[in-house]
Design a protein around this ligand. Structure first.
Ligand SMILES: Nc1nc2c(c(=O)[nH]1)N[C@H]1C(S)=C(S)[C@@H](COP(=O)(O)O)O[C@H]1N2
Ligand SMILES: [Mo]
Length: 562
């Protein structure tokens, strides 16, 4: 095999003599030929690639249009993405949450669209060689979309239509575009190739030349864009409940929470707010499109092992005595020092009262909340009834629940991680047993019961901060939701622990902020924090993974004093 493309120095070239020059000329010619061949192959692939992309675009666009009837969650890419979320093995899911955080969904959708585009390219190129192969690929994609839509826990048969109709229209477009392109090429307006030419078909004459093909391709691309756009606009108008939410009036709570003590939040720049603003509150759920629950149509069923099954409307819920309560919510997927924790002032109806009205039967030890999207979350009945303030929450920090946080109603039970206590878009409560039913995350290996583990976090200084040497104030948060925090200690460079100053407590159900004065010599320092909860149990140093019931270990930051 001859090599080419090597650069030679002038001196070497001068000494090389005649034979060398000839060899180089041949090498250059070969290189040129190969490059030309590549360019030609690429150029020849362009029409096929374009046909593939336009066809796939049409499938997606038509799918979104059809989703106007079956709901945004049935649009092909969303259905496939949602199925992927359910099927993703836990380690990969943990990786995605860790590395992309709330952007994990954006990442997933980008991946789906990229895969679709690549396969569409291939399908188009193949279709120009063998139409049946391209058509088969599009059909397979339609089937995958339909299967994904049906795999959703709340799916209905009609949910297959966006993917099936999208694929059907795309197949028709592909056949048309391929025939037109081949006819145009056969009519001699395209360069001759060795590929099989089309048999003159039933295509109208105008579509059998280059201009006709380009018109068809442009028209199809336009139809794809238009259907997708119209689909999205109409879906938003039809399903978005933002306007209804804006009209919801939350009655004044019967039981008000005490004012947050002024001393609950030390005034240190960079320390988290005591109450996390809704816009900054972490969001963790499996939904690619936010569930849109119409409060006027909402009902909550309480059933299963109860003496009197109940069904409430949103008006019924708002008419009940409402309780205002501050609670810190945290996610089991939060790494040591991580951001998936926040505190809000919630308003809701007392969960325990409702369960008592329904009459919980003996032996029912698990309360399973089910959301409109089919998510299931199980909580120990015993804990719900032990006097803590479990809520069917309707308001968060002075406004109706944001759609992303469960509008119109979510469950909250202080003391447990969100995945075992905090069902958003709640529509159904079933009294059952732990032995008899495994909710969503338990089916995927996470613990059935997961109380919040005592945790503490250094907010200031930030990791790798450069701070002036001498006195430095560190500050942060600590939480052991429902048990409360009794002490926080800080140390630098593995030295003796210093008791941090604890800010005033709000309730045992909220985190506690702290500050600690340190004296740092110039150089690199490692700061560590640990907390003790109100039962006297110290936070363990032992590192544990988030799976299967929450991370443990001390948070540390490395900083430089200058
Ligand atoms: N319907 C539904 N509710 C859900 C979830 C979900 O995926 N779907 N995720 C749970 C998890 S894992 C957590 S940590 C909390 C997060 O609540 P937030 O998004 O309001 O912060 O909601 C819980 N409720
Ligand atoms: Mo979570």
């Amino acid at each position: 095999m001859r090599r080419f493309g090597r650069t030679t120095g002038t001196a070497a070239a001068g000494k090389a003599g005649k034979t060398g020059t000839a060899a180089r000329t041949t090498a250059r010619k070969t290189a040129q030929k190969t490059a030309q061949k590549l360019v030609r192959t690429a150029a020849r692939s362009v029409p096929g690639a374009a046909i593939g992309l336009i066809t796939a675009g049409l499938a997606v666009g038509v799918g979104e249009l059809v989703a106007v009837w079956s709901g945004p969650q049935t649009a092909p890419a969303i259905a496939v993405g949602s199925a992927a979320i359910d099927l993703t093995p836990t380690p990969l899911k943990e990786f995605a949450i860790r590395n992309f955080g709330t952007d994990d969904k954006l990442f997933l959708l980008t991946g789906i669209y990229t895969t679709l585009a690549l396969i569409a390219l291939a399908a188009g190129i193949l279709a120009l060689r063998r139409l049946a192969v391209g058509v088969a690929l599009v059909a397979v994609f339609g089937a995958v979309g339909a299967w994904a839509a049906l795999s959703r826990p709340t799916s209905r048969t009609g949910d297959v239509w966006p993917s099936l109709l999208g694929a059907a229209v795309a197949v028709a477009a592909m056949v048309l575009l391929v025939r037109s392109y081949q006819a145009a090429r056969a009519s001699g307006e395209e360069e001759a190739t060795t590929e099989p030419t089309a048999t003159p078909s039933r295509l109208p004459l105008w579509a059998q030349n280059r201009r006709g093909f380009l018109a068809l391709a442009t028209g199809t691309a336009g139809a794809a864009a238009l259907s997708g756009l119209v689909g999205r606009v109409v879906v938003d108008r039809r399903y978005n409940v933002a306007l209804k939410r804006a009209r919801v009036k939350i009655p004044a709570p019967t039981v008000r929470a005490a004012a947050i003590p002024p001393g609950a939040h030390p005034n240190v720049a960079g320390l988290s707010d005591f109450i996390t603003p809704n816009s900054a509150f972490y969001r963790v759920d499996t939904d690619l499109v936010l569930p849109q629950v119409d409060p006027d149509a909402w009902t909550l069923r309480i059933h299963g092992m109860v003496d009197h099954p109940l069904e409430l409307t949103f008006a019924d819920l708002l008419a009940r005595p409402l309780i205002e309560h501050d609670q810190t919510l945290s996610c089991v997927s939060n790494e040591v020092g991580g951001p998936y924790v926040g505190t809000a002032r919630w308003i809701g109806a007392a969960l325990a009262d409702l369960l008592r009205e329904a009459g919980v039967q003996r032996g029912a030890d698990q309360l399973v909340g089910r959301s409109i999207d089919g998510m299931t979350i199980g909580t120990p009945v015993e804990s719900v009834l032990d006097g803590r303030t479990g809520l069917l929450a309707v308001a968060m920090n002075g406004e109706p629940l944001p759609i992303a946080h469960g509008f119109p109603c979510r469950m909250l039970v202080p003391g447990f991680f969100g995945y075992v206590s905090a069902t958003k878009w709640l529509v159904d409560l079933e009294l059952t047993t732990f032995a008899g039913y495994d909710p969503y995350w338990v089916q995927r290996g996470w613990s059935k019961i997961a109380p919040v583990k005592t945790a503490s976090r250094i907010d200031v200084p930030k990791p790798f901060a450069r701070v002036p040497s001498g006195p430095v104030t560190a500050a942060g948060v600590a939480w052991a939701t429902h048990r409360g925090i009794d002490a926080v200690e800080v140390r630098s460079d593995g030295g003796p622990w210093t008791l941090a100053r604890l800010a005033q407590a709000d309730t045992p159900d909220t985190w506690r902020q702290w500050t600690c004065d340190l004296n740092l010599t110039p150089g690199l320092h490692k700061l560590e924090v640990r907390a003790t909860d109100a039962t006297g149990a110290a936070q363990t140093e032992q590192r544990a993974d988030t799976f299967p019931n929450g991370a443990t270990g001390w948070h540390s930051v490395v900083i430089t004093a200058i």
